[in-house]
Every structure is written in structure tokens, then in C-alpha cells.
Design a protein around this ligand. Sequence first.
Ligand code: ZN
Length: 187
Amino acid sequence: MAALLRHTGCVALQLAVRQSGMTRKAPGLRFSLSAAALAASGNKNSFPVVFPQQELRKRLTPMQYHVTQERGTERAFTGGFADHKEKGTYTCVVCDAPLFQSDTKFDSGSGWPSFFDLIKEESVTVTDDFSYGMHRLETSCSQCGSHLGHLFDDGPPPTGKRYCINSASLAFHKQGAAGGTKGGRGG
Ligand SMILES: [Zn+2]
């Protein structure tokens, strides 16, 4: 399957798209490595922050590990943040990079936390995902490479985007409070 995908040139296509929007140094090299690595082995060494897998297995719940490191998906309506409405910031559960603000969260009815925008465009990396016989856009944390969820184009205005994110990939920092809450339980 991986070999077949490589032959379709999907990585090259994605690079062309990425390069038009990104001006970082050698973006082609970086994205080609990360896309190939993610598809092939889950190796995340091309991301700026790398955590030893052993540490992550201890620190994360099994569901958080499965979703972020093995590109898993929690069952709909089981994650701690699907219905979460507090004001604050959602961060990557692995590296704590800020990803989403509560005021861009909306009720999509999907059973997964859904956001129509990012805090910073570059905080999430979007790559092609051809698993399960579908073409979807996978979203990953740009800092540590953790799998977050998928991006769809059926979101509400003003962006029309729907970032469909696993609760298990997220931590939450309540507005004006120190410390965070992790949403990976219940999956
Ligand atoms: Zn991260």
C-alpha cells in the first residue's frame, strides 16, 4: 500500500501545494521526509521537538498514545473535549504547543472537538492521508509531529474549515489559570 501511494506521486503533489504557501528553509526536504516517515514508520525525527517513545508511553494514557503516536482515532462522543465549552486554549497533549482557542470551537455534531480556525497557521501541519480508501487531510502538531485529526472544508464562516480533532490529542488551559486539563480519558 505504501509503495502504491508513493507511485501515485501524492507526496510530490502535496509538496508543490505546501511550497506555494511556505517560505521556510528547505520546506520541500522537510515535508518530504516527514510525510514519508509518517506514512512508513511513524518516525517523527524531522520535527523540531522529539520525545522518547518510552517517556510518552509512561506519560500519556493508552488512548492519547494511540491517537498521537499511531495516528489513531478515538470513538465519536467518547473524548473529554467533544462537548467542552470552557473558555481557554487547547494545546498539543504531547508538547503543549498552543493550537486552538475556545472561541473558534463549534458544535459540529460529529462527536469530536471541532474548530474553524487555528491560533497560528504554522502550528499545524497538513498532509495527505489516503488511509481507509479515502483522501483526507491529516493534521499534525508542527512542533512534535503528533497526530491531531483531520481537516475538512465543510466548516462554518468565516473560514469554512472544520478541524476535526481527537480529544486525546489535546490538553486544555483555562483562561487566566495555570496548569492544564487533559481530555484523553473515556475512549
Ligand atoms: Zn505537539
